[in-house]
Design a protein. Structure first.
Length: 282
């Protein structure tokens, strides 16, 4: 890449302004493949991804493939993921690879090269990372993301109920400590830095109760949990009051359940975009 790359924060903000806050999740669950009449194999995955791409490529702010559903097919699945990421690049759609990596610094460097390195086969625009080996251990990913115009999303308050005993623990809580470290990483960013956060749409008023300064974090908020996990557009508006314009909403089963016809998937995505936009932005 020559010159300074356009950073992920402004790219995502621009994509959301153009397409709205929806990010379509690509989670090829075996049950979904079966319902779509596709085999639970690399071939089935490839067809699944082609349909999703035809339905929403170039029409939504971002697409979030869930790596686990590709990895469960071994090399064949990873090859399909590689192709999906390349196809998203060609379609001009931002990819957020949900891969939840996090390790000691030296190993984190290798993960960063794998997913954020220029020309890496599995390079995405952003990845999800876990902070439980320390936010500081994520430094190689933060550095490479900044240098390559990419980003990371750090888990802060996840959407699953089992997370509370760990993420709410302590005074200040683990979640608040993580968020404060993220805010330091984004310090100086005009609106949004390269380091986003994951806060579930299902968490209710826990950000307020834990004293989380979502505004001061200066990151895009990836908020999973709408649809199959029970959260609604109204929940987003309530939980994220004050940062509504920074919320990127990944929805997978809630949209893919309307498949396999690409037109119906597209219609569901556009309808949900309209609903989210109305609740969050007006
Ligand atoms: O806190 C989190 C972090 C990640 N996820 C992931 O998002 C999708 C949700 O799928 P739906 O079908 O829209 O429920 C899935 O890939 C999760 O691993 C999350 O749900 N919560």
């Amino acid at each position: 890449m020559s010159g300074d790359p356009v950073r992920l924060g402004p790219r995502l903000v621009a994509a959301m302004q153009t397409h709205g806050p929806l990010c379509v999740g690509v989670d090829p669950h075996p049950e979904l493949l079966q319902r779509w009449g596709l085999p639970d194999s690399g071939e089935g995955l490839a067809r699944f991804c082609d349909i999703v791409l035809e339905a929403v490529g170039g029409r939504v702010a971002a697409v979030k493939p869930q790596s686990a559903f590709f990895e469960r097919h071994g090399a064949a699945g990873v090859a399909v993921l590689e192709r999906l990421l390349a196809d998203l690049r060609s379609a001009g759609t931002i990819s957020v690879l949900d891969v939840k990596r996090g390790d000691i610094g030296s190993t984190m460097g290798a993960y960063a090269e794998a997913y954020l390195g220029e020309g890496a086969p599995l390079a995405a625009d952003a990845i999800t990372v876990t902070p439980y080996l320390g936010v500081g251990a994520l430094a190689p990913a933060v550095e490479l993301a900044g240098a390559s115009g990419r980003g990371i999303f750090v888990l802060v308050l996840t959407s699953n109920p089992e997370a509370a005993p760990v993420q709410h623990a302590g005074e200040p809580s683990v979640a608040r400590t993580v968020l404060e470290e993220v805010a330091r990483l984004n310090a100086g960013a005009e609106v949004t830095g390269d380091v986003g956060i994951v806060v579930g749409a299902t968490v209710g008023d826990w950000p307020r109760r834990l004293g989380l300064d979502l505004v001061g974090a200066h990151g895009i908020v990836l908020a999973p949990g709408v649809g199959a996990q029970g959260a609604t557009a109204q929940d987003l508006a309530t939980t994220f009051a004050g940062v509504e314009r920074r919320v990127l909403v990944p929805v997978s089963r809630g949209i893919l359940g309307t498949g396999p016809g690409p037109e119906r998937i597209r219609e569901a995505a556009l309808q949900l975009t309209a609903e989210l936009t109305a609740k969050l932005w007006t």
